[in-house]
Design a protein around this ligand. Sequence first.
Ligand code: BTN
Length: 346
Amino acid sequence: MPPIDPPRTTSPVPVPENDAGLGELLAALRQAAGPVSGESLAARLGLSRTAIWKRVQRLKALGYEITGEPRRGYRLRAAPDCLLPCEILQGLPTRRFRGPVHAFSRISSTNDYAKELGRRGAPEGTLVVAEAQEAGRGRLGRTWASPAGVGLYVSLLLRPPLPPVELPRLTLTVAVAAARALERSAGVRPGIKWPNDLLLGGRKLAGILTELETEAERIRYLVVGLGLNVNTPVFPPELADTATSLYLATGRPHSRIRLLRAWLEDFEALYELFLARRFPEILAEWQARTVTLGRPVRVRQGEEDLCGVAVGVDPEGALLLQTAGGQVVRVTSGEVAPDPDCGPGA
Ligand code: BTN
């Protein structure tokens, strides 16, 4: 595939090319109980000592703390939470979702880049990650604040052999995977707000933007974009009352690499179930994790508002809203917010 000139994408560091060979070196340094000599690393990796030295310098430039002890060798003392492709993929047990990884320090939107890759025929499992986004996009035309280094901004390319009507169901599946991953690797249990916002203490922790291109009534490709506020220490005033991060909710920093790997694993397991036509099981888990059902809510749909009690989700993933007149309305898009004024008899 010819390289893409990503519009408004600057300083793509690290890119997969820069990452080449670092994974093996990191694995060897991690395996060694103590310092390991340049000579033995060179023999093990089939490289010259100079090549090892150069790779060590590259790792140091990326923030890895590696000391060189005279006559004893190199020792890895600390690793940054850097979204290096090799750190994402090393030892990852997934079969479908395992790259290639396109990693950027700054990009306009990982979803836009992943869509371009999709158009150009990139395989299922292709990942785009960025340390920061300049034009991160949310659902319903909103923006997604994407400050550098503190969040997870990732897009995954899928090629499900399915018709586009499956999209709402897949959207719920992505949210269940993210909730599972957060529970497993950060010890929190976020609630899911229909269709796929993740909330902690009523504030938004993560959002998902799924976009697709179709051909002849089939999905040609689908991009699943996940934005997760991981170590955000403070939000700008316009988000301060509605957003949260894992750091703010738990009082400690979390590893973005660990969270991303957990999401890829959990999503792959659920995607396999989904493809095996076992969505009802996923829906049951979504229902167990949702904070939307059984509550009076207002659904904003552009200029229009719908008001009622969220009584269920149908087998297609649409929200079922019982209005004051007792009528049940199917909602397929919109922003849901709790509203006591929409309760029965309101
Ligand atoms: C929402 O809740 O409105 C969805 C937010 C999705 C944000 C993610 S961040 C990675 C990917 N790239 C984007 O431009 N958007 C998604």
